[in-house]
Each structure stands twice: as structure tokens, then as C-alpha cells.
Design a protein around this ligand. Sequence first.
Ligand SMILES: Cc1cc2nc3c(=O)[nH]c(=O)nc-3n(C[C@H](O)[C@H](O)[C@H](O)COP(=O)(O)O)c2cc1C
Length: 217
Amino acid sequence: MNRNEVMNVLNFRHACKEFDKEKKIATEDVEVILEAGRLSPSSLGIEPWKFLVIENEELKDELGAVCWGGKTQMPTCSHLIVVLSRKAKELRYDSSYTNHILKDVKKLPEEAALKFKSLMKTLEEERYKDDKDIEAYASNQVYIAVGNMMTAAAMLGIDSCAIGGIDKATVEKMLIDKGVLDTEKFNISLCLAFGYRVKEAGEKLRQEMSEIVTWMK
Ligand SMILES: Cc1cc2nc3c(=O)[nH]c(=O)nc-3n(C[C@H](O)[C@H](O)[C@H](O)COP(=O)(O)O)c2cc1C
């Protein structure tokens, strides 16, 4: 990809407020968007995310009715992804999830895994004593995946909208009732709507580069 192509992708992505209900995203494209999430970097490689992919029209409508930030986006999008973030007890150095990541995902030998856990233990004692600190840090990682997913979608010519304006308690209850959310393990971070725009995006409004960047040469 050359510079112009990169800039075109970045300018193409906007917070799409309404999608074409008739246009569905190909499953193969949704899979690439999910790969962009899965392959994202995370602190210590702990991958604190999970993605619930909703295609069901009724459920998208129900969610749109209770989420002020996604009233038009949720019912009209092709795919709605509820992005989850692991809870603190899942992410502690001695949890079974951490053991799974170290042993089955990173494939660390016993000794290396012990060293890794000792580093995590020190971090927990020094920087992340409170559950809310761990969860805020995990949520930061999740937002990296979210950014990558929206950029990957834009590369495929797919529109998106991040939706933080959700009533978390109500959405949580709806997803528990559907049997797809384990609140022992996960918090809801935000939703991501994907589809195809019905109208052209407005002008991109941003601060000037000089306002946000300082170069030190
Ligand atoms: C974490 C996050 C939460 C957001 N929540 C909402 C939302 O609830 N509803 C909405 O319409 N847009 C939402 N947005 C979109 C922003 O308003 C939008 O990205 C911003 O105004 C810049 O516009 P642009 O994305 O079109 O360039 C959210 C964006 C982010 C990153």
C-alpha cells in the first residue's frame, strides 16, 4: 500500500450513522475484521478481549431501542459486534485464564511461565492492586483491537461506527438472557456496528497537526 492509499483508507472511515439495511457484509470479510481484532497487540500478550457477533435482526433492533448512541446504527447495520473485556480476576497472574494463555497460546515451558507469572505478580502488587485498575488497563487493550477492526473494515470498503453510548446494565441483561454473556468473566466495553453507508460522509473535522504533534529532532 502506498501513502495515498493509506490516507484514502483513513479518510474513508467515519462514524457511520446509518447503514444500508439491504447490504450484508460477506462472512469472509467479517472474518478478516475479526482477525484484525484477534491479531492486535495487547500488554503482556494477554488478549483480554472477546467478540460477540450479532447478525440477528430482532436482537439488533432490541439493542438499538435501548442504546442512545446506536439508535439508527444498530438496527441498520449488517453486523453488530459487542466487544467484551476480561474481568480482573481472569487477568491475575494465578488465574486459569492466565495459565491457558501462557501454556496453550504462548506455549511457554514451565520455567518461563513461572518467570512470566512472577513479573505479572510484581506488576499487580505495584501498579494494579485494585480490580478497577486492572480492568481499566484491560479495556485500554480492547480499544486497540477496536481501532484495528475499524481500520481493517475501511480497507475492505466497509463502514463502521464505534458505539460507546450503550446502557451497559440493560445490554448485559439481554445478553445474559440469550446465554451468550458470562458476567463472571467479562465486562461489556462497547459495540461496533459494521455495514455499508446510505449517504456520503461529512467533512472530516480535526485539529491541525501542529496542535497535536511536537517533533523533537
Ligand atoms: C470509544 C468511542 C465511542 C463512540 N461512541 C459513539 C456512539 O455511541 N454513537 C455514535 O454515533 N458515535 C460514537 N463514536 C463516534 C465518534 O463520535 C466519532 O468517531 C468522532 O466524532 C469522530 O468522527 P469520525 O469518526 O466520523 O471521524 C464513538 C467513537 C469512539 C472511539
